[in-house]
Write a protein that binds this ligand. Structure first.
Ligand code: PLP
Length: 386
């Protein structure tokens, strides 16, 4: 089974380009809202870093989600798209003075602070501006997620967050500062996580830390558990919407909340991943000595995940129903890692065929570069192509 696409429209467009199915995005968002909405105190933010296309941001804002930003540029993009500053959280190990001042000026909901030096700088800048910054501390829970090493973030060896044994001391430090207000803890253990046990492990860790805090008479209003829910890259047509029910139910079942506590989520990939495809044209079918290469006009500059993580993306030939053959699907970039798939089965390819590289809605367009002086591809939605 292949996805359904407006191929006649596609034929008239320059390739490569990103194509977004807004109907699927809206369905995904209503599933998120329905499943999170079944649990008291669950608040969902969208991780802007997965896709900041203004049309996508607009639809997500309409669905009522908050925004999780990791740079000043993302804060600006979110506000431009109409997200209320009161629903914006700001994470990142290296927030610059300019970014901190921007966030203070906009009075965002919360800084997810990743070190004591950062806390001092936020306090200092907030003092200068006559503001009080709400802060949560990002704690490194030392939990491994069953995902690619490059997208694991919650192990002691990773650069992110504050060590658990420094937690109480860091909170005490915030209590001494005049222009920051401690409101909670933040966690994020990694991305493309499909094993719910990883999230259960995080809940168990949070429960332990809450016990420790209770003994120190420290209470939390907010617990932010980050994002990381994965998508089915193998089966974008059969599983277009991730299992949000299991995801939120896992948290509801395992996290032990105190009275009035809110649980915040920061979902990126699971919201935008499946609604996007990278559409590219077949330039040449080249017979190599041992295999055949399908050379397309998109490259690692337009979708870097396969080159960066050896990530799998399903590839479909939208113009051929001829028997499948095995191809290495490669781009035109002067790098040996510019490969989308090795020995993958595609309906027999010809020059000019349109090819869809699926599940490219997250960490696709936003990670595009101009390496080799290539122009950045356009991003269209189905609504643009009517
Ligand atoms: C990347 C990131 C997210 C989103 O991760 P997904 O795997 O796309 O859901 C959430 N929170 C933080 C702090 C992040 O860095």
């Amino acid at each position: 089974m292949k996805g359904t696409f407006p191929i006649d429209k596609f034929r008239t467009l320059d390739t490569p380009f990103y194509f977004y199915d807004t109907e699927l995005l809206r369905k995904t968002l209503s599933t998120v809202n329905a499943e999170a909405g079944r649990h008291e105190g669950f608040v969902v933010h969208y991780a802007v870093k997965s896709n900041a296309n203004p049309k996508i941001l607009n639809i997500i804002r309409e669905a009522g989600l908050g925004a999780d930003c990791v740079s000043g540029g993302e804060i600006e993009a979110a506000i431009k798209a109409g997200f209320a500053p009161s629903g914006i959280v700001f994470a990142g190990v290296g927030k610059s003075d300019r970014e901190i001042k921007l966030a203070l000026d906009k009075e965002i909901f919360c800084f997810n602070v990743e070190s004591v030096p950062e806390l001092h700088v936020i306090n200092e800048l907030a003092t200068q501006m006559g503001k009080t910054a709400r802060v949560a501390f990002r704690i490194n829970p030392n939990i491994g997620a069953h995902t690619h090493a490059n997208i694991t973030t919650g192990l002691a060896e990773n650069k992110f967050g504050i060590a658990m044994h420094d937690m109480i001391q860091t909170i005490r430090c915030a209590e001494q500062l005049g222009n920051v207000k401690f409101i909670g803890l933040h966690f994020h253990i990694g991305s493309q996580i499909l094993d719910m046990n990883d999230f259960t492990a995080l809940c168990n860790r949070i429960n332990e830390l809450q016990e420790e805090l209770a003994q120190a008479h420290i209470s939390l209003e907010h617990i932010n558990v980050g994002g990381g829910l994965g998508i089915d890259y193998q089966h974008p047509n059969h599983v277009p919407i991730p299992d949000f029910k299991s995801y939120f139910d896992t948290y509801a079942k395992h996290i032990k909340l105190r009275d009035g506590q809110k649980v915040h989520f920061e979902l990126g990939r699971s919201i935008t991943g499946q609604c996007g495809s990278l559409i590219t044209r077949m330039l040449y079918v080249k017979q190599g000595t041992a295999k055949q290469f399908a050379i397309v006009d998109a490259g690692m500059t337009d979708l870097i995940r396969p080159a960066l993580y050896h990530a799998y993306h399903r590839i479909e030939n939208l113009c051929s129903d001829e028997p499948a053959e095995a191809y290495d699907v490669v781009g035109p970039i002067c790098e040996s890692s510019d490969v989308f798939a090795k020995q993958t089965e595609l309906n027999k390819c010809h020059r000019g065929d349109l090819i869809a590289i699926r599940s490219a809605g997250a960490y696709g367009e936003i990670m595009a570069s101009q390496y080799n002086c290539r122009p950045l591809p356009a991003g269209y939605t189905n609504e643009d192509l009517i």
